[in-house]
Design a protein around this ligand. Structure first.
Ligand SMILES: [Zn+2]
Length: 225
């Protein structure tokens, strides 16, 4: 049945996802063992990078979990996983500077981030509802209208994952520049931080590829009458 055989186009994205997950875990683990010579913690560097950029956040707090680090634009809150917040390692400082990069993007109204925040409500609904409507349309002997609505809703979600790419790459670029200019990491340490951030970026590339291929599959299925 074409429903199942069409899944084969998702395989490259699936493989990339698995590889990216492995890469981010192993790279993070490796550089979480490399202590920085400055003796700074992730939280110290996040503070320093924000100060250098003249940007303030409402809170900078540790949160439980591994790789749970994020910047919440609604509350202007920078939350770092405990390992990053307290960590005096190359991985911790790289991630902390990256998250600070998101806060700087927000304060500078960086366009892709602003656009992403606007379409977030649509995208978060579109991911699931789009697929549900599409499957319903498919089951109801090719209800073309339902399938089309599903495809349009899911397109919003795809656009969101694509917009995530410039946002993430830009935050990492800002992080690397800030870490180098501030002298928070030495050249050999910078290489490690770059490796961690590149591995993290790969997970977003994999997610975007998966979303695009899923959309492509939906379009193929809807045309297969
Ligand atoms: Zn990020």
């Amino acid at each position: 049945m074409f429903w199942y055989s069409s899944m084969i186009i998702l395989v490259p994205a699936l493989l990339l996802t698995i590889y990216a997950q492995y890469k981010v875990k192993s790279t993070y683990a490796k550089y979480s063992k490399v202590a920085v010579r400055s003796g700074m913690r992730g939280a110290d560097v996040a503070n320093a990078v924000l100060r250098d950029a003249g940007v303030s956040v409402s809170e900078l707090t540790p949160i439980p979990g591994n790789l749970t680090d994020h910047y919440d634009p609604r509350r202007r809150a920078l939350r770092l996983s405990e390992g990053v917040y307290y960590g005096e390692t190359v991985a911790a400082l790289g991630v902390a500077a990256h998250e600070a990069g998101h806060a700087i993007q927000h304060s500078h109204s960086y366009a892709p981030l602003a656009l992403r925040n606007v379409i977030y409500p649509v995208a978060s609904i579109g991911t699931n509802l789009g697929q549900v409507l599409f499957v319903l349309g498919f089951i109801m002997s090719w209800n073309q209208m339902l399938m089309n609505i599903g495809i349009w809703l899911f397109s919003g979600a795809v656009f969101f994952t694509l917009l995530t790419l410039p946002v993430e790459f830009n935050a990492s670029r800002r992080a690397m520049v800030a870490l180098a200019n501030g002298g928070y990491l030495e050249p050999d340490e910078l290489k490690g931080a770059r490796a961690v951030l590149s591995a993290a970026a790969l997970t977003y590339v994999a997610a975007a590829m998966m979303a695009v291929l899923q959309l492509l599959r939906m379009i193929m299925l809807s045309r297969r009458r």
